[in-house]
Design a protein around this ligand. Structure first.
Ligand SMILES: [Zn+2]
Length: 342
């Protein structure tokens, strides 16, 4: 299918790259105006610093950034690396999807989904917000996607996935809020799960959620180390790291046993790792209880997030969704082996 000696294929590929760059450029506008609460009207872009309208040749994806050496042509203000980066990532993912699925109607849905994943990740990382309508568009897209049977999912699976995704994060958040006056997941996370559930269906959403928790653990480690150095709380960080590496060690041991690589040391290793994990978990729970008590006393509702895990959960969910577009079968296999289940 991917025949690089076929001129039609090569021309299609070049078109996809250009198309991806243009869409990426459009996504920058969607993000910028979405966060500013402006409409996405097709007025000419302007420099956020000096407000001069950009000429067409200053607005060419990727190339303009390179020619202008990353600075505004009028006021020489630095242009954020976000713009070329998003253009590049969009084009890259569009090409990857084209090489994976080929030229087909399904590709339209995949492209819209990828675009929404990028937009929601960036708004969440930059301003800790998910705009409701971005998630609703994803959910609607998912339902239409399964209705036309492009995804191989039934409509029921798509709708139940959306409901399950929303309720899963909403119920955990509400329970946590009841005991601590703090929502552990943002409202945006429930909405993302709603969209992902509609797009991937009930069963696949479970894999996405598992993967997103693993990713979140990994993303959080460097930040936690930085925070604990700043706040002088090494105990908390150590506890956290022991738990994370404990989970991974148990997973690796499980894999080794799955392939019959070890027998005798298996039980002993699991015992030792579990012991340290329990101690670490105990320290972590004490610390969280402390923090919650402080927050309740001082009437602070959002400080827990910055002290424990100052990362929005949305990007982990969205990246998991993205990974599942391309590697769903591998993810299923890894999760099954990780938990040593059939
Ligand atoms: Zn300027």
């Amino acid at each position: 299918m991917n025949d690089f000696s076929n001129p039609v294929f090569v021309i299609s590929l070049i078109y996809i790259i250009l198309f991806g760059l243009c869409v990426g450029s459009f996504l920058n506008v969607v993000i910028l105006r979405g966060l500013a609460g402006e409409d996405i009207v097709l007025s000419r872009s302007k420099c956020p610093k000096c407000s001069n309208k950009l000429k067409w040749y200053m607005n060419i994806p990727l190339l303009s950034y390179l020619f202008l050496k990353g600075r505004c042509a009028y006021c020489k203000e630095k242009i954020s690396i976000q713009y070329p980066l998003i253009e590049f990532i969009t084009a890259f993912l569009f090409v990857a999807a084209f090489l994976t699925f080929g030229m087909c109607y399904k590709l339209i849905f995949i492209y819209i989904a990828i675009s929404l994943f990028i937009v929601m990740s960036v708004t969440d990382i930059k301003k800790y917000v998910i705009l409701d309508y971005h998630a609703y568009i994803l959910a609607f897209l998912g339902v239409v996607y399964s209705f036309f049977d492009f995804s191989g999912l039934s409509l029921i699976s798509s709708i139940s996935g959306a409901i399950f995704g929303y309720l899963f994060f909403e119920i955990i958040s509400l329970i946590f809020k009841k005991i601590s006056s703090y929502r552990i997941f943002g409202e945006g996370d429930s909405l993302i799960a709603l969209g992902l559930g509609a797009f991937f269906g009930f069963r696949n959403l479970i894999y996405i959620i598992i993967l997103s928790f693993i990713l979140q653990f990994v993303f959080a480690i460097p930040l936690l180390i930085k925070n604990s150095i700043k706040n002088k709380k090494p105990k908390l960080t150590m506890a956290y790291i022991v738990i994370v590496f404990g989970i991974f060690t148990l997973g690796v041991l499980n894999m080794a046993q799955f392939f019959n690589l070890i027998d005798t040391f298996y039980a002993l290793c699991v015992l030792v790792v579990s012991f340290f994990m329990l101690i670490a978990l105990w320290i972590l729970i004490l610390e969280i209880k402390n923090k919650i008590k402080q927050n309740l006393d001082n009437n602070i509702s959002d400080e827990l997030s910055t002290s424990l895990c100052a990362l929005p959960f949305g990007p982990a969910l969205l990246i998991s969704g993205l990974v599942c577009i391309f590697y769903l079968d591998y993810i299923k296999l890894i999760v099954k082996i990780f938990f040593n289940s059939n």
